[in-house]
Design a binder for this molecule. Structure first.
Ligand code: FO1
Length: 338
């Protein structure tokens, strides 16, 4: 509950650095809210790149693009991905040539894929291209790919192994999942600036956004050094639930949990982050689960976590930061024992 809570005594300045681990749709809502509460230039997002794939000869980075478009105010608010006011001339023409059309590439979005593909082929790193794209589109929040090396999420299903976008878009998340692979993660180097951001002096908070734990957050945690950096983090680490009332707010999280035989509840999500997170944010409709979250070793906060409006996004961001400001950092050993 936020009512009546004492304000953090020496509230850190709005320019204190904050780091967020995020996927695409759900995470970008909280990131937008945070960018309105803290100085956007003090906000760093570590973005999942496990969804990235080569399509029609183009390198597509969906979660990076959802974050860039959302922060640039160019996003298609309804779909949660791609750009607003899109047209499909390219898709219509390329379909007539017999190319795949199951993955919609809008005409304006296409510019991003063409420019990025050209620059990567010219030898630029993904982090450098992303930084320049942000500058050109007026995004001051730092968006850091979790790695500049390719990491590809594959979904093990009852119908065999599927590349992420085939599972998620082409097959509409229909096949029952049995597990996930993050190919390339074991040899991937953390993206430029990622580990440094998590170890930053004066870091105010590290936040795990309400993204799918399996296909958005776990790929980031699979990059060597990231999980260790979160455990060693001197700032409070807080995760926000992607599950409300036993349902995924958006996307296949609940279905995946059911198919994996995992309890479809925020408690099960919290436990996945038990070795590094100090706090967990539940939706107010799941208040009765708070004792089970605290029994798992977390401080729990229950607030509205469903972000329909911009105000919802800002309110949740404010609540999460206030929660972080009130958490003290336990001795590192206490986390390892959890
Ligand atoms: N998601 C879909 O469900 N259908 C699409 O046709 C689609 C196209 C697309 C194009 C560019 C882009 O950046 C994202 C796109 N997405 C589409 C979303 C994408 O599958 C993301 O990986 C998910 O949002 C999960 O993060």
């Amino acid at each position: 509950m936020t009512a009546g809570r004492p304000l953090a005594p020496d509230r850190p300045p709005e320019s204190a650095p904050v780091v967020v681990l995020s996927g695409g749709v759900g995470g970008s809502k909280l990131v937008l809210g945070l960018s309105r509460v803290v100085n956007p230039a003090a906000l760093t997002v570590v973005a999942n790149t496990g969804d990235d794939f080569d399509h029609l000869g183009l390198r597509v980075c969906p979660d990076i693009d959802t974050l860039v478009y959302t922060l640039a105010g160019l996003d298609d608010r309804g779909a949660g991905w791609g750009r607003a006011g899109e047209s499909g001339n390219f898709m219509e023409a390329v379909g007539a040539l017999g190319e795949d059309t199951w993955f919609f590439l809008g005409d304006k979005d296409l510019a991003m894929h063409v420019a990025r593909t050209r620059r990567l082929a010219a030898g630029e790193r993904l982090s450098a291209v992303t930084r320049d794209v942000c500058r050109r589109l007026g995004v001051t929040t730092r968006i850091l790919p979790m790695s500049d090396d390719p990491v590809s999420t594959a979904v093990e299903t009852v119908e065999g192994r599927l590349p992420f976008q085939h599972y998620f878009v082409r097959d509409r998340c229909r096949p029952a999942v049995r597990g996930f692979r993050y190919d390339g993660a074991e040899t991937a180097a953390a993206g430029a600036g990622v580990l440094e951001a998590l170890a930053a002096e004066g870091l105010r908070a590290a936040i795990v956004a309400p993204s799918n734990p399996f296909v958005s957050i776990d790929p980031i945690l699979a990059v060597p050094g990231v999980r260790e950096a979160l455990r060693a983090c001197r700032a409070p680490v807080v995760a926000v639930t992607p599950i409300v009332g036993g349902r995924a707010v958006k996307g296949p999280t609940a279905k995946m949990m059911r198919e994996l035989g995992v309890e479809v509840s925020p408690v099960a999500v919290a436990r996945r982050y038990g070795d590094f997170a100090d706090g967990f944010v539940l939706d107010a409709s799941d208040t009765e689960l708070a004792p089970r979250v605290t029994a798992s070793g977390f401080r729990a906060l229950t607030v509205n976590t469903v972000m329909d409006s911009l105000d919802d996004r800002v309110m949740l961001a404010r609540d999460v930061l206030e929660f972080c400001d009130q958490l003290s950092r336990p001795a590192a050993g206490r986390r390892a024992s959890r």
